[in-house]
Design a protein around this ligand. Sequence first.
Ligand code: ADP
Ligand code: MG
Length: 362
Amino acid sequence: MNIHIRNISKSFGAFKALDRVSLDVPAGGLLALLGPSGSGKTTLLRIIAGLESPDEGVIEEDGQDVTERHARQREVGFVFQHYALFRHMSVFENIAFGLRVRKVANAVIHEKVNELLHLVRLDGLGQRKPSQLSGGQRQRVALARALAIRPKILLLDEPFGALDAKVRVELRQWLRRLHDEIGMTSVFVTHDQEEAFELADEVVVMNHGKIEQRGTPDDVFDHPATPFVMDFLGNVNVFHGRVENGRAFWHGIPIDYPDYPHAQAREACVYLRPHELDLVRANDRAAGTNGSGQRSLLANVVRLTRNGAVIRVACQPHNSIGELHVDIPADAARDLSLNPGEQVSITPRKARVFVPDLEYVI
Ligand code: ADP
Ligand code: MG
């Protein structure tokens, strides 16, 4: 079932939680809504579910206007971060709940619930109470409960948010396989980019009730459409620079920027990712250039931090107050054996430039 969202707005008092949001979710797709807390993700999900009605706009499912339909009349399954399972009921009865409400025959319920217990890998645990399960197992019960009514659309609001890192990773890989097996249309809310990128076909980045960008994980990571997306993806060095004549300048180092061919200089923001910078010991090179004669930036090493498989080198450029972070693979760092205080020469391999009011990316 596909979902068309057209110009949805929603205010709470004077606060605009959603501002003319339009979005298509293709049938069978798994889409992640990614954004900081308060950006409107839950509100949008609740409107898709029919738990909240929009002030303006239309929701269509397979071409049918369902805007005024309540959740009960839509074929939607919902999993929340803290899904209040019924504590006094067994796991079996929790999963059976939606079927009992719909007066499904006992024998059918037994068959279906056992099938679902198997699907969520909880065979044999039907008679336990939720309190006798781990957090990850409880969220799988919540998922089985949402799936029991055979929804066409599955909506998940930070379902793994309360679980520890290892369980989260396992569950999201498992959820991805489950989604493909069942062939539903799913919308997954998260503020965790790693989770969104690993799980979803497409990511929608939200900010202040609006969509900043929509694209595949590769699109969004490689071509962030706005400074907000770039910042939100994190780990980025931001500097003020200028653009003119098809080039941006960062500390006097030119970077091609064909989107601004004009002669009149304008201020710009230059975004440099730590792993897209080259770093060499400065005394190995002629000062101010790298090996190929390209201009580079001189800086002093401030500290070195282990960050998984890379070493993050915090540097202090000679002509700027802000620190610059460069990531180098741990083995390359070992070969360089840098120490704090040493002078290094830094060259960007890639940069993204944003000129205010000129929403272009290179
Ligand atoms: P997210 O899920 O991205 O964290 P929400 O959709 O929950 O964001 O909320 C977006 C904004 O709308 C927040 O600032 C929140 O405080 C506000 N909001 C959400 N629901 C209500 C409500 N029922 N009443 C008042 N304000 C609300
Ligand atoms: Mg939320």
